[in-house]
Design a protein around this ligand. Structure first.
Ligand code: LLP
Length: 419
């Protein structure tokens, strides 16, 4: 049973009434289920229990401290792409020696901090980045553990904006150049080569692109071993899709089984960087209908949530289920569910059959991943509150942002000279 379910005609998150929660923290608010997060994490951890592995949650999918803390307590590792994400992991109780640092544009100060706290591995995406890491590590008298992110030129068959493993994409090192760059890296004094990495895209609903990429990586691992470069881990990135509507992504256990079969007897530890498949379906965006607007052409349900709170529909045309917290028995009408922001792309759902009255609560489903992390202050709207539900308990894990919070960062010309 989903952790978001109906009980006596009302939607609950675990044992918490979403109606009561909305009264207490207001709307819009992101609501996460602790047990849904733990269950999704365990679906990765259990089939890997008898082999060396690290499951590094992709912090970019949801970086709330409460979410990271729940995962740290499961012994998760973390995949980060900025020093900000690193500080979040540390603040949430995660261990730096379980952190893999990804990203095409790591800055000097970010590399310094990562070396200082001792992150486990840097995923390197280019020669200039490798040289930069060598120089900084040498200055600091440290050795950096490294894996090269290769670009296997595999079509992930997903939305073009979230496809990352094709030659044209900015990510990774061309797989044809990888052997040469490994040899170069192996001669650097402050670099310790540990692994190979790839991440071909997000929201993949078929296993084939993963396995195609894996075959190419394994062939590289074998070639390098012949040249005396022995890798100890293989990082297959994140990307496993989830069901938003009627997608049927592979089950995590089946995915891991297929990956393990291909790895075979090689002495490699398996690293994964899942984001969406851990947190997407563990969160909803709770929002209230402000008013219903009927025109000759369309019906609009104007809600208090908007594209600044959840940008996925506007940015990728993504579909999220929108369900009433207390369904009404009457006749449904077809609505575009829109926010108050001044953009035509400000919709969370189009042509949804709903029976609504103003003041009703709606839950925008599967909103746990790439929701709050992509929220903005467009139209000077404060970002939503975030709540972590655990059984019958609900903790505010981020308070709602106020206008005062936003104004606090700004000054009038003449108040603060730059130099
Ligand atoms: N590792 C790397 C290096 C990544 O770039 C990503 C996601 C992940 C892991 C996690 O992938 P996941 O398991 O979540 O698919 N904003 C978009 C998704 C962007 C994904 C970017 N990279 C969306 O809302 O669909």
């Amino acid at each position: 049973m989903s952790e978001f379910h109906y009980q006596n005609g009302e939607m609950f998150a675990e044992q918490v009434s979403l109606t009561q929660l909305a009264e207490s923290v207001g709307t819009p608010a992101y609501v996460y289920s602790r047990s849904a997060i733990e269950a999704a994490y365990q679906e990765y951890a259990e089939p890997l229990a008898d082999m060396p592995h690290k499951i590094c949650f992709a912090v970019k999918a949801n970086s709330n401290l409460g979410v990271l803390n729940v995962l740290a307590k499961q012994d998760a590792g973390f995949d980060i792409v900025s020093v900000g994400e690193l500080e979040r992991v540390i603040a949430a109780g995660g261990k730096p020696d379980n952190v893999v640092f990804s990203g095409v544009g790591k800055q000097d100060h970010e590399i310094c901090r990562a070396l200082e706290v001792g992150v486990w591995c840097f995923n390197i995406e280019s020669i200039p980045e490798l040289d930069r890491l060598q120089d900084i590590a040498a200055d600091m008298g440290k050795t950096a553990s490294v894996s090269l992110r290769v670009n296997p030129n595999v079509d992930a068959q997903t939305h073009p904006y979230i496809s990352t493993g094709l030659k044209d994409n900015k990510f990774g090192i061309d797989i044809e150049k990888a052997d040469e760059i490994y040899l170069r890296a192996s001669r650097l004094s402050n670099i310790s080569i540990q692994g190979v990495d790839c991440h071909i895209g997000s929201q993949l609903t078929s296993m084939d692109p993963f396995l195609d990429a894996l075959d190419l990586l394994l062939a590289l691992v074998d070639r390098l071993a012949e040249k005396g470069i022995k890798l100890s881990h293989l990082d297959l990135g994140g990307g496993l899709g989830v069901t938003y509507k009627n997608e049927q992504p592979p089950a995590k256990a089946d995915f891991i089984k297929a990956v393990r079969e291909r790895i075979g007897k090689r002495k490699l530890s398996l690293v994964l960087e899942p984001g969406r498949s851990i947190i997407a379906n563990a969160g909803v965006l709770l929002t209230r209908v402000e008013l219903l607007k009927h025109t000759d052409h369309k019906n609009f349900a104007v809600i208090d949530g908007a594209m600044n709170d959840l940008i996925r529909p506007a940015l990728y045309g993504s579909w999220h289920a929108i369900n009433p917290v207390i369904p009404r028995g009457g006749e449904e009408q077809v609505y575009d569910v829109v926010g108050p922001v001044c953009e035509t792309s400000d919709f969370l759902g189009k042509e949804r059959s709903l029976c609504l009255e103003s003041g009703d609560l709606l839950a925008v489903m599967s909103a746990g991943a790439y929701g709050m992390v992509m929220a903005s202050n467009f139209n000077t709207r404060g970002r939503p509150a975030e709540v972590m539900v655990d059984g019958s308990k609900a903790d505010l894990v981020r308070r709602r942002e106020t206008v005062a919070d936003q104004l606090a960062l700004e000054c009038l010309p003449g108040e603060k000279a730059c130099f």
